[in-house]
Design a binder for this molecule. Structure first.
Ligand code: SAM
Ligand code: SF4
Length: 340
């Protein structure tokens, strides 16, 4: 578990050592806030997705030597990527990997939780926006048989298998699920679960965002504080969440406030899209590198390492540029396309 040639940022900056890896840009859900109906989503062609060998080679030969040691698998929906368990096993078994986590909608998790755990995954974040089946189905764009129970079964399976911490992600949308905030927060009382409220962002969902607006973390904290009180809390992870706890609760509450607060100066992450583009920032494409094309056309690995190193060094500047332009601009690509 030795950190490699980690690149140190300027004083006061975090070391950039955390890579979010999108395994696939497709999803088995169509959440209103992420892939709104009516949006013409263009998916990467199958032949343009990084193969398992290419992905693992980039991690082993490029990202780890440059100093990355913490990885999160995401998407689209990572559990629909063929070979996901083998990918987890391969990354978990690299001696330089200090942390490996996944973000999933849990629809396929009940059957995969044990295999993923056995392959070396220990941390998992699951999206759960509602405890009411009909609201949940409306949010995920499901018109068939309800999918809520299967997702809940996936969460229970992850709990039984021993994922720790087990985090639940909730995107709060006014007049859709914001009335459930106390019920969702209450999940952290009797279980060692970490419920994280994420401010709704205008990424590829203009109509919904304009129609509903968003609720700030501070407002949510006020509601929760009025009901139970709130103390400071702590939870293991690499995230930008501000962590609190209902007094006496086993779990914690996290608030991710990217709309009301800029945390660019705390950001230690880069993103690798399923088709092999490395992005320095969720909201900013400046400087992004097409690693797949270069890998396939035989550009030597030492050159790719150098390009990644340069982008890491450029990242603080890119973040600050974005901060200057504010966080309320609209972004045409969805979270699922970028790799949320
Ligand atoms: N499919 C997986 C899932 O839903 O957990 C992983 C990919 S998803 C893009 C990753 C995270 O992005 C989820 O927690 C989701 O709630 C969040 N997300 C997607 N669109 C968002 C938006 N417009 N604002 C805030 N969070 C968003
Ligand atoms: Fe799929 Fe996750 Fe986006 Fe929902 S938030 S549509 S589950 S990628």
């Amino acid at each position: 578990m030795k950190p490699t040639g980690k690149i140190r940022q300027n004083e006061g900056m975090n070391d950039i050592d955390y890579l979010r890896i999108s395994l696939i840009d497709r999803c088995n859900f169509r959440c209103q806030y992420c892939m709104p109906e009516g949006t013409d989503l263009t998916y990467a062609l199958q032949r343009n997705l990084l193969t398992q060998e290419e992905l693992l080679s980039l991690i082993r030969e490029v990202f780890i030597p440059v100093g990355f040691s913490r990885f999160r698998l995401t998407g689209g929906e990572p559990l629909i990527r063929p070979g996901v368990v083998e990918i987890v096993r391969a990354i978990a078994s690299m001696s330089e990997t200090q942390d490996l986590a996944m973000t999933t909608n849990a629809f396929l998790l009940a059957d995969l939780a044990q295999d993923l755990y056995d392959a070396g995954l220990r941390r998992i974040n699951i999206s759960l926006d509602s405890l009411k089946a009909e609201v949940f189905d409306q949010i995920i764009g499901n018109r068939g048989r309800s999918r809520w129970q299967q997702v809940w079964n996936g969460i229970q399976a992850a709990h039984r298998v021993g994922f720790d911490p087990l985090k639940l992600n909730v995107v709060v949308i006014p007049s859709v699920n914001d009335a459930e905030v106390l019920d969702l927060a209450a999940l952290s009382i009797d279980r060692n679960w970490h419920v994280r409220f994420i401010e709704f962002m205008p990424i590829g969902n203009d109509d919904l965002f304009q129609d509903r607006g968003w609720v700030s973390s501070e407002e949510l904290r006020c509601r929760i504080r009025d009901r139970w009180g709130l103390t400071d809390g702590q939870v293991r992870g690499n995230g930008p969440a501000d962590v609190f706890q209902i007094p006496g609760a086993k779990g914690t509450l996290g608030f991710i406030s990217q709309m009301s607060e800029c945390f660019c100066d705390r950001c230690n992450r880069m993103r690798l899209s399923a088709d092999g583009w490395l992005r320095p920032c969720l909201l900013n494409e400046t400087g992004q590198i097409d690693l797949r094309s270069q890998l396939r056309s035989g550009v030597p690995l030492h050159e790719l390492r150098q390009q990644v190193r340069e982008l890491v060094l450029l990242k603080p500047e890119i973040n600050y540029k974005e901060r200057d332009s504010g966080t309320t601009g609209r972004y045409s690509r969805t979270m699922s396309q970028i790799g949320g």
